[in-house]
Design a protein around this ligand. Structure first.
Ligand SMILES: Nc1ncnc2c1ncn2[C@@H]1O[C@H](COP(=O)(O)OP(=O)(O)OP(=O)(O)O)[C@@H](O)[C@H]1O
Ligand SMILES: [Mg+2]
Length: 387
């Protein structure tokens, strides 16, 4: 299924189940476009809080929202966090005349007020960018340009890169201020670039702080800001008490490979192939395609002090799955994979690589071409017995 079709299905299912659905995603990822497939923009049930007319219509929110039926959209909810307590009252009406679809560009953690006042009434749907399936299976372009529609669907690679460049400037000049980033735009841009150098590695706040001459606490607050803005994924370490010494730092990834490439100044396939970070970039790209299919599963990485590591550990439907991303022609089982299988008690280890063939690596471990992953909608649908 196309990623967007799947997103629409997830959204409609959530709207059937819950009185309030929070649709979140990075700026420009396509939230408004998706919401408009549910409620037409001209409808009295559509409120865009960046539109002064709609803001005025919400002067007395209880009155304005109380009489509406069916699905009501509130776009850019972060402009009026005081609406959340009102939504709670409206969500608790017994006959539930209306369901609220609330859009925002921040994680629920950042929209703290929402999760607190709407506890038990809200379902979160997270929107990622367009994927390779949305580009007719053109995985190379999806990887190079990332998933922001204006970037991935641009006429050519140059236009795509130009759009991402202006996106980065808008983040630094304006959008990230909402996440408590108040340093000058030029410094924020440098921060974004430094995070780009750490992509796929253990997060090193001290190095970033030194380079920018800021405090480590500020560097930490800023990386959390990028995570709240749904631009960066902070992958925490998996803790198991095995008497082994574990690495306790999180790893950091840009969620969007195109954004990462723009920060690297990489705008074409040739440049990407020559870039020393290509392996880390592919790892992040493949990982996001895994997580897109993992539902709300929590994700971790794992690394011991003697060098064993696992790129990604997710628990799906009570099963513990490991993923290793290897940009190689025909990956083999490594000692590190062996110890991940044994020490983490994995139900299955998938070794994702860019090739096409699926083959068995060991008991409980399979090499899987990325195309095979892209062909399933959910990780549950990966058949461990096929080879
Ligand atoms: N499925 C899609 N196919 C093609 N273009 C799309 C799609 N979704 C969004 N776009 C385009 O991407 C751009 C951003 O989309 P949209 O405004 O829906 O994003 P958003 O997440 O609401 O952004 P913001 O956070 O800035 O409000 C728009 O130009 C839109 O036309
Ligand atoms: Mg929008």
């Amino acid at each position: 299924m196309l990623a967007r079709e799947q997103d629409e299905t997830r959204l409609r299912d959530a709207l059937r189940r819950s009185p309030v659905v929070l649709l979140i995603g990075a700026r420009q990822v396509g939230k408004t476009t998706l919401a408009r497939t549910v409620v037409a923009p001209g409808s009295p049930n559509y409120f865009d809080l960046e539109d002064p007319v709609d803001l005025a219509r919400l002067e007395e929110p209880m009155l304005a929202l109380g009489d509406l039926h069916d699905v009501v959209v509130i776009d850019e909810v972060q402009r009026r966090p005081d609406l959340f307590p009102v939504l709670r009252v409206l969500a608790d009406r017994e006959d539930r005349p209306a369901t609220f679809l609330v859009l925002g560009s921040a994680s629920p953690h950042a929209l703290r007020q929402s999760s607190e006042s709407l506890a038990g009434r809200v379902e979160v749907v997270e929107l990622a960018g367009l994927g390779p399936t949305d580009l007719g299976g053109d995985t190379a372009t999806a990887w190079l340009r990332g998933g922001f529609p204006r970037s991935s669907l641009a006429d050519d690679d140059e236009d795509s890169l130009r759009w991402r460049g202006s996106y980065v400037r808008a983040l630094a000049n304006r959008d990230l201020a909402d996440f408590g980033m108040s340093l000058p735009a030029a410094t924020i841009e440098r921060f974004l670039g430094l995070v780009g150098h750490q992509h796929g590695n253990l997060w090193n706040a001290a190095a970033v702080a030194r380079a920018l001459d800021i405090g480590e606490t500020t560097a930490r607050r800023y990386i959390e800001g990028l995570a709240d803005a749904l631009l960066v994924r902070i992958l925490p370490p998996w803790h198991v008490n095995l008497g082994k010494r574990l690495v306790r730092s999180p790893k950091v990834f840009y969620r969007d490979s195109g954004l990462l490439h723009a920060l690297w100044g990489v705008g074409s396939h040739d440049q990407l192939l020559r870039h020393p970070g290509i392996g880390a970039s592919w790892e992040g790209f493949a990982m996001e395609e895994v997580l897109r299919r993992a539902g709300q599963a929590r994700a971790h990485h794992w690394r011991t002090s003697n060098g064993a590591e696992l790129d990604l550990l997710v628990e799906v439907a009570g099963r513990r799955l490991g993923f290793e991303m290897k940009r190689a022609d025909a990956p083999r089982l490594t000692p590190s994979m062996r110890s991940a299988l044994a020490d983490l008690d994995l139900d299955h280890l998938w070794v994702l690589y860019p090739g096409r063939r699926r083959y068995r690596l060991a008991e409980g471990a399979t090499a899987l071409g990325l195309d095979d992953l892209l062909a399933v909608d959910r990780l549950d649908d990966l058949d461990e017995h096929r080879s």
